[in-house]
Design a protein around this ligand. Sequence first.
Ligand code: SRM
Ligand code: SF4
Length: 591
Amino acid sequence: AAVRCSAAATNGATANGATMNGTPPVKFEYVPATPEPLSDEVKAVMEEQGVDFETSGLKYLTNDARLRALDKKASKPEKIKNAKGGHRMWEDVFDLGEKIRSGEYKWEDLDLDDLDVRLKWSGLFHRKKRAPGTYMMRLKVPNGELSAKQLRWLGDAIANLDGGCGDITTRANVQLRGMTLAEADKIFEGLQTVGLSAVMTGMDNVRNMTGSPIAGIDPHELLDVRPLNYAINDMITNNGKGNPELTNLPRKLNIGLSPSRDDFPHTHINDVGLKAVHDPETGEVGFNVELGGYFSVKRNTMSIDGNTFVPYDQTVAYCKALLEVFRDYGARVDRQKSRLMWLVEAMGADAFREKIGEYMGVKLRTKVEEKYDTPWERRDVLGVHPQKQEGFSWAGACVPAGRLFPNDFYDFADACEKYGDGSVRLTVEQDVIFPFIPNDKVEEMKKEPIFQKYQIDAGNLTRGLVSCTGAQFCGLAVIETKNRAMAMVEKLEQQLEIPKKVRIHWTGCPNSCGQVQVADIGLMGGPAKMNGKATEGVRIFLGGTIGEDPALASEFEKGIPAHEDYLIPKLKELLIERFGAKEKEGAVQLN
Ligand code: SRM
Ligand code: SF4
């Protein structure tokens, strides 16, 4: 196996040595902040509302932010956080587990806000509508990197659960399914033993740090973003133990670091996008900042120019200060107007930069102009590609729609140990990259049974398939997505010759976790009629582009029944007319 001199694939344990391309390791030490003393005004409001400061989520907010959180018009989640901070569940999850195991309580008897909302601070999402009493656990896997040991541990964690499975998410992360509260605290605790964690993964917390699935092995990257992704994750979560200071943001927040022109993490749809740049004048390497990109039911927007340059060694401090500014100044009344974009728009990008600089105690520079002579097309990381380390390749295997079962975790672990360096990287397209495969082992590796299931040379639709969770587990879903998506892609590939990769994204509702707006063809759950009766349908989006100069897709048609008798012919038509597909000769026309 290859010598691996890059950041350890352990969450919480920041980069442990020099990286292949010399990116310095980054260390973050958590120094607890002193909360702002309570003002008389806040005290009076708290007394009036019966809020206990110590157990509430208000402690680390400024007095102004506390007043916004206590505003009578503040959103329901703010009220839930005031009554008891979500961070309390890092301890209480054990108590709940104990009570249920001992038979003292049934889950239905417990506090509903704890069960349905606050447990999300421990990564536990109640699947109340689809499977009452069971939970999905969302982890943090910075930069999508996992070791064989971690993969095996994850397989074990779900192996004995009823219907246990896992998903690779659109943030190159893992979600585990099928646990009840009788098992959840054990899994929550056990994650730490393999350097993983589930803290601060839902509600008003920062989501999984995304970067490049080929960081450290990519001949075209400006720097290896893994040490930073680990350090930022450590800063946010206090090394996976939970950080009460950053756990009462006004809303969720996404951060992505892009080290190459491919923009693998789609910085334009992250609240904070950091794009690596080299300043030709000073020789310095750092990041230009994009701000505010997000999707929601009410608004979908690409980020705007943050007009900021962040030097490499100030990146963790910058992210910390940005989160503090968002926490202290963000809106807390209307949840639909609480994402970072609203604050940046209200302040203006330049004032926002200056405010962050003030929190950091430095003057932040404006952006570095990027100049490239030639265009750049985002690379497909699936398939086999030469690494920057001579003699080695990475192999990208396609996991259609991201669904994994216990044996898949074990087989991936075995494969990356047998052929690679004992690690894998997940992608935001829900696929798996195996780094450091000696070139003369590639063909042998491809013959392994696991790669017949998750192919390294997958077809042009399969390799572009992304899907959110959908109605099988998600209570917000309007339609079933993953199983339907896989079945349709298979049928379309049987019937069509498709000359190049086409990225079809499915998302079960307008929250767009499956990011239809970045897709070539996006399918979003929506209402439709079939034979005069209401049925599961889709809205079709077209024209999303990714990489350099991205554009969001826009709605093309709506009200198409999601049933394959209607949708397959519609997709065939689009693939033939717009993506150069041709009917295969002699193919059985199923639809
Ligand atoms: Fe998401 C809520 C799943 C990526 C926008 N998302 C949910 C919930 C938690 C709703 C719920 O409680 O059931 C879904 C859990 C379903 C389940 O059982 O898995 C859910 N979101 C997902 C995942 C698993 C989709 C997937 O199959 O990969 C992704 C997990 C990422 C992760 O590892 O953390 C996921 N969600 C996204 C993305 C894509 C991204 O980050 O690039 C978006 C759009 C980008 C964004 O956030 O701006 C996204 N999810 C939402 C929203 C709308 C946010 C808003 O501002 O309104 C919600 C609803 C909410 O937060 O109120 C939501
Ligand atoms: Fe659930 Fe909707 Fe997100 Fe799909 S897009 S996972 S259906 S919230």
